[in-house]
Design a protein around this ligand. Structure first.
Ligand SMILES: Cc1cc2nc3c(=O)[nH]c(=O)nc-3n(C[C@H](O)[C@H](O)[C@H](O)COP(=O)(O)OP(=O)(O)OC[C@H]3O[C@@H](n4cnc5c(N)ncnc54)[C@H](O)[C@@H]3O)c2cc1C
Length: 591
């Protein structure tokens, strides 16, 4: 699949406020237009490099297209394929040129991953497990000496990287790892433990390993460990549902001596490092999802146009048409939000973790919806191994599980937002006292709060949002404006009602997360559609149409979520679950 590039585009994000998180601001009812408009574009220089990478990648992937299903069946990527990935420079995509890499930005990298995964998810995963997570810690936190030692080998693919966090007892609860590193008198460390389900485990030579280094639970540190060291072993290849050609194994450490200079960052910084790597790497999975969706849309449209039933092409039927339209909306929305987040990372934004989580949740779930619909449009053919659909469905199933499950990320999204809302409320409470002790500070916070409240109920802010979009998208801008205000109000109410207990209200948190996902994805769609030039062509008009359709759908979902935060049957559902747990099975029968 050839992905078109737009080399004429130029960066235009001078006014980005690096300290602002758009998504967190939504929780206090504020839309920070300066970080959304104009929609980012890739720089001309990078577009040129990207076009070259893209062309050679297309030729290479087309040559291997027939082989991918076989490698899926055989559950292996041949060494010759890995060698080609090395020769194409695919292990050095984000490594700076000084160290022998291609030096792409996060956005450029995301685009390459998109292209890779439009051909084969396992191929994309081999590259992303290396770049997005395996050696990302070295790029983000490594010392100059560590970079000089490892980056050239990682760029050439002489060393492939893997990220080792998960253990049998420690999945979503990443802080509970048991692998232990004990400090020796000479400053080196002795590492013991076992990691499971490590992508690239069997082919990697460079592992970023997280281990406990203190007696306190959660005191983690990160280390670089080489496969060739004594005591490092990998298990058998896992027999998986999907992404079967990609290597997934356990990696164990038995009295492995890790030199002092292989500690990454400072002792005790491991958890923060792990989370930073995952946040920074999320656009890899997002880009992969977008590439998968584009491939599905191409397959499904061809299938729908060619297949005839009831004397006509099934593409004529309304039920099939709306599936195709929905797939396009999902893909456009995912692409818009993933690209936006990639640019936040490239611009040096200090706080993008919530936006990154939103892009991962939305893009991965959109990919699963699109894959299912593509299979459905193909009917019985979709179920047959002779066709690509069943593999795509199997491959995409992992997306909502690894690198943070959808459940955990939704909780994270809502909690981060509520923390922001709570911070402002705490400042407000303090400022009431400060009005007497420190009038300048106290009144300052009070007036910020008052300003926000006034902004929520006056049309003043609306002018700002509306001025960012073309006239045809004015109503959509007003919808996001209104629902952001409502989110700010509801977050306020929930915090007052539940205080810190809000953490345990998972269903309310999920609904808040879904609202902010719709808002941030919708605003990204709006910004992107607003950046297109009105040339009177259908492609432009349909992009505007997509923005309108997404907004209407998001509005319906948000209305339902707001309603159900206040009125729901959650307690009854939980009671039912409790009963089923006690029975340990479905307890009814018609006999
Ligand atoms: C193919 C594959 C490749 C992988 N690659 C890597 C890798 O390269 N490196 C690595 O370190 N790890 C890797 N993993 C591990 C992966 O990141 C974990 O599987 C994932 O984090 C989830 O952990 P878990 O499987 O233990 O599920 P659990 O944490 O046991 O979760 C089970 C279910 O409970 C839900 N849940 C958990 N806690 C809560 C909560 N507080 N509230 C509500 N719901 C909750 C989860 O969302 C999930 O639905 C890989 C896994 C797979 C399957």
């Amino acid at each position: 699949m050839n992905i078109e590039l737009d080399p004429s585009s130029t960066p235009d994000r001078d006014e980005l406020d690096l300290d602002v998180s758009v998504a967190k601001s939504l929780f206090v009812g504020r839309i920070t237009e300066e970080n959304l408009f104009p929609y980012p574009r890739i720089g001309a220089d990078e577009a040129e490099t990207l076009a070259m990478v893209s062309n050679s990648l297309d030729n290479f992937l087309q040559d291997n297209q027939e082989e991918f299903p076989r490698w899926d069946r055989e559950s292996a990527q041949p060494e010759a394929f890995l060698k080609s990935l090395r020769e194409l420079g695919l292990f050095g995509l984000i490594i700076p040129e000084d160290y022998g890499g291609i030096g792409l930005s996060n956005a450029g990298y995301t685009r390459v991953v998109e292209q890779l995964s439009s051909y084969d998810s396992s191929a994309a995963l081999t590259v992303t497990a290396h770049s997005s997570i395996g050696m990302k810690g070295l790029l983000l936190f490594g010392t100059d000496e560590q970079k000089a030692r490892y980056l050239p080998k990682l760029a050439s693919g002489e060393m492939i990287a893997a990220f080792c966090l998960t253990e049998s007892g420690s999945g979503s609860d990443a802080a509970s790892v048991k692998t232990k590193a004990e400090k020796n008198q000479d400053g080196s460390w002795t590492l013991n433990g076992e990691k499971i389900w490590i992508t690239n485990g069997g082919i990697a030579d460079f592992y970023t390993v997280f281990a406990r280094t203190g007696n306190d639970a959660g005191e983690l540190s990160a280390f670089f460990v080489e496969r060739s060291w004594r005591g490092v072993n990998t298990g058998a290849k896992e027999d998986k549902m999907g992404i079967r050609a990609s290597s997934t194994t356990s990696v164990s450490f038995s009295d492995v001596t890790v030199p002092a200079e292989n500690l990454l960052g400072r002792q005790g910084q491991g958890f923060k490092i792990a989370m930073s790597i995952l946040n920074n790497g999320r656009t890899g999975l997002g880009g992969g999802s977008v590439g998968g969706m584009k491939a599905c849309i191409a397959l499904a449209t061809a299938q729908a146009l060619e297949r005839k039933q009831f004397g006509q092409s099934i593409a004529e039927f309304g039920l099939i048409k709306t599936k195709i339209a929905q797939m396009a909306i999902d893909c456009f929305a995912a692409e818009s939000v993933v690209w936006m987040v990639a640019h936040y990372i490239d611009s040096g934004c200090n706080d993008y973790s919530m936006e990154a989580a939103i892009s991962k949740v939305f893009a991965s779930e959109a990919m699963q919806r699109v894959a299912n619909e593509a299979l459905q449009i193909a009917g019985g053919n979709g179920y047959m191994k002779e066709f690509p659909y069943e593999q795509i469905v199997r491959d995409s199933r992992i997306l909502t599980i690894f690198e943070g499950t959808s459940e955990i990320l939704r909780l994270y999204i809502a909690l981060s937002g509520m923390k922001e809302a709570g911070r402002l409320m705490e400042e407000l409470a303090e400022s009431v006292e400060d009005v007497f002790n420190n009038p300048i500070k106290g009144l300052g916070v009070l007036s910020e709060y008052a300003g926000r409240r006034i902004a929520q109920i006056t049309p003043f802010r609306r002018d700002k949002m509306v001025s960012c979009v073309p006239a045809t998208l004015r109503n959509e801008a007003l919808i996001y404006d209104k629902y952001a205000s409502e989110l700010g109000r509801v977050a306020d109410v929930l915090l007052r009602r539940h205080g810190k207990e809000i953490v345990s209200k998972q269903l309310a948190m999920k609904r808040l997360a879904d609202i902010v996902i719709d808002l941030f994805v919708g605003l990204s769609v709006l910004a992107r559609a607003s950046s297109f030039t009105d040339d009177g062509e259908t492609r432009y008009q349909q992009a505007i149409n997509v923005a309108k359709l997404f907004t209407q759908q998001a509005k319906r979902r948000m209305n339902q979520n707001f309603r159900r935060i206040m009125r729901n049957e959650d307690d009854d559902l939980k009671q039912l679950a409790q009963f089923i747990f006690s029975e340990r099975a479905y307890p009814w029968d018609v006999l």
